[in-house]
Ligand binder design. Sequence first.
Ligand code: SF4
Ligand code: SF4
Length: 121
Amino acid sequence: MKKIIKDYYRIYSEVDKLVKEYDPCKIKNGTCSRGRMRHGKNFCCDPCKYLRNRGCTIKSIRCRAWLCHEIECRLKIQDPKGYAEFYNKRTDLLVEAGKKGFLVNKGGLTEILYPEKSGKW
Ligand code: SF4
Ligand code: SF4
Protein backbone atom coordinates (compact mmCIF):
# COMPACT_ATOMS: atom_id res chain seq x y z
CA MET A 1 0.00 0.00 0.00
CA LYS A 2 2.78 2.48 0.94
CA LYS A 3 4.49 1.90 -2.43
CA ILE A 4 1.24 2.53 -4.33
CA ILE A 5 0.71 5.81 -2.46
CA LYS A 6 4.32 6.90 -2.97
CA ASP A 7 4.22 6.07 -6.69
CA TYR A 8 0.86 7.80 -7.12
CA TYR A 9 2.04 11.06 -5.56
CA ARG A 10 5.35 10.96 -7.43
CA ILE A 11 3.59 10.70 -10.79
CA TYR A 12 1.04 13.34 -9.75
CA SER A 13 3.90 15.73 -8.82
CA GLU A 14 5.57 15.19 -12.17
CA VAL A 15 2.34 15.82 -14.07
CA ASP A 16 1.62 18.87 -11.91
CA LYS A 17 5.11 20.29 -12.55
CA LEU A 18 4.79 19.72 -16.29
CA VAL A 19 1.37 21.43 -16.46
CA LYS A 20 2.55 24.35 -14.30
CA GLU A 21 5.60 24.85 -16.51
CA TYR A 22 3.70 24.71 -19.80
CA ASP A 23 0.63 26.49 -18.41
CA PRO A 24 -1.84 25.44 -21.15
CA CYS A 25 -4.97 26.87 -19.50
CA LYS A 26 -3.57 30.35 -18.68
CA ILE A 27 -5.82 30.88 -15.67
CA LYS A 28 -6.20 34.56 -14.80
CA ASN A 29 -8.68 36.27 -12.52
CA GLY A 30 -10.70 33.09 -12.08
CA THR A 31 -11.06 32.40 -15.80
CA CYS A 32 -9.32 29.88 -18.02
CA SER A 33 -8.41 30.25 -21.66
CA ARG A 34 -11.53 28.46 -22.91
CA GLY A 35 -13.69 30.53 -20.56
CA ARG A 36 -12.30 33.72 -22.05
CA MET A 37 -12.81 32.44 -25.61
CA ARG A 38 -16.41 31.50 -24.95
CA HIS A 39 -17.29 34.30 -22.55
CA GLY A 40 -19.12 31.64 -20.64
CA LYS A 41 -18.51 28.83 -18.22
CA ASN A 42 -15.04 28.69 -16.72
CA PHE A 43 -12.99 25.55 -16.29
CA CYS A 44 -14.00 21.99 -16.98
CA CYS A 45 -14.68 20.31 -13.60
CA ASP A 46 -18.34 20.85 -12.90
CA PRO A 47 -20.15 18.70 -11.76
CA CYS A 48 -17.76 16.91 -9.43
CA LYS A 49 -18.03 15.97 -5.79
CA TYR A 50 -14.45 17.15 -5.21
CA LEU A 51 -15.02 20.67 -6.51
CA ARG A 52 -15.24 23.42 -3.88
CA ASN A 53 -15.04 27.20 -4.03
CA ARG A 54 -11.29 27.01 -3.53
CA GLY A 55 -10.97 24.56 -6.43
CA CYS A 56 -10.22 20.86 -6.59
CA THR A 57 -9.71 19.22 -3.20
CA ILE A 58 -7.84 16.11 -4.36
CA LYS A 59 -4.79 15.17 -6.40
CA SER A 60 -6.09 13.45 -9.50
CA ILE A 61 -3.48 12.41 -12.06
CA ARG A 62 -6.01 12.05 -14.83
CA CYS A 63 -7.63 15.40 -14.20
CA ARG A 64 -4.30 17.20 -13.83
CA ALA A 65 -3.19 15.88 -17.22
CA TRP A 66 -6.52 16.35 -18.99
CA LEU A 67 -7.12 19.27 -21.37
CA CYS A 68 -10.27 20.28 -23.17
CA HIS A 69 -10.48 19.82 -26.93
CA GLU A 70 -10.48 23.58 -27.59
CA ILE A 71 -7.21 24.19 -25.82
CA GLU A 72 -5.48 21.12 -27.28
CA CYS A 73 -6.44 22.27 -30.81
CA ARG A 74 -5.41 25.86 -30.18
CA LEU A 75 -2.01 24.92 -28.76
CA LYS A 76 -1.31 22.55 -31.65
CA ILE A 77 -1.69 25.49 -34.04
CA GLN A 78 -0.23 28.33 -31.95
CA ASP A 79 2.70 26.50 -30.40
CA PRO A 80 3.35 23.24 -32.31
CA LYS A 81 6.88 22.69 -30.96
CA GLY A 82 6.09 23.49 -27.33
CA TYR A 83 2.85 21.54 -27.45
CA ALA A 84 4.56 18.46 -28.98
CA GLU A 85 7.14 18.49 -26.20
CA PHE A 86 4.43 18.85 -23.55
CA TYR A 87 2.30 16.16 -25.21
CA ASN A 88 5.15 13.62 -25.36
CA LYS A 89 6.16 14.14 -21.74
CA ARG A 90 2.54 13.95 -20.61
CA THR A 91 1.99 10.77 -22.63
CA ASP A 92 5.00 9.09 -20.97
CA LEU A 93 3.63 9.94 -17.53
CA LEU A 94 0.11 8.80 -18.43
CA VAL A 95 1.40 5.50 -19.81
CA GLU A 96 3.27 4.90 -16.57
CA ALA A 97 0.20 5.87 -14.52
CA GLY A 98 -2.02 3.65 -16.68
CA LYS A 99 0.20 0.61 -16.19
CA LYS A 100 -0.08 1.08 -12.44
CA GLY A 101 -3.88 1.42 -12.61
CA PHE A 102 -3.79 5.09 -11.54
CA LEU A 103 -6.08 6.52 -14.24
CA VAL A 104 -9.58 6.71 -12.83
CA ASN A 105 -12.20 8.98 -14.27
CA LYS A 106 -12.59 12.08 -12.08
CA GLY A 107 -11.01 10.71 -8.97
CA GLY A 108 -7.81 10.09 -7.15
CA LEU A 109 -6.26 7.77 -4.65
CA THR A 110 -9.53 7.05 -2.80
CA GLU A 111 -11.11 5.63 -5.95
CA ILE A 112 -7.98 3.60 -6.69
CA LEU A 113 -7.52 2.14 -3.21
CA TYR A 114 -11.23 1.78 -2.36
CA PRO A 115 -13.21 1.55 -5.63
CA GLU A 116 -16.22 0.17 -3.76
CA LYS A 117 -16.40 3.37 -1.65
CA SER A 118 -16.13 5.83 -4.49
CA GLY A 119 -19.91 6.43 -4.67
CA LYS A 120 -21.73 8.60 -7.17
CA TRP A 121 -20.57 11.81 -8.76
S1 SF4 B 1 -11.41 15.65 -9.35
FE1 SF4 B 1 -11.10 16.47 -11.38
S2 SF4 B 1 -13.16 17.11 -12.03
FE2 SF4 B 1 -13.19 16.88 -9.82
S3 SF4 B 1 -12.73 18.92 -9.00
FE3 SF4 B 1 -10.81 17.78 -9.15
S4 SF4 B 1 -9.95 18.37 -11.11
FE4 SF4 B 1 -12.13 18.88 -11.16
S1 SF4 C 1 -8.73 22.30 -19.86
FE1 SF4 C 1 -9.90 23.82 -21.02
S2 SF4 C 1 -11.81 24.17 -19.87
FE2 SF4 C 1 -10.34 23.12 -18.53
S3 SF4 C 1 -9.32 24.78 -17.38
FE3 SF4 C 1 -8.06 24.32 -19.21
S4 SF4 C 1 -8.76 25.74 -20.79
FE4 SF4 C 1 -10.31 25.68 -19.18
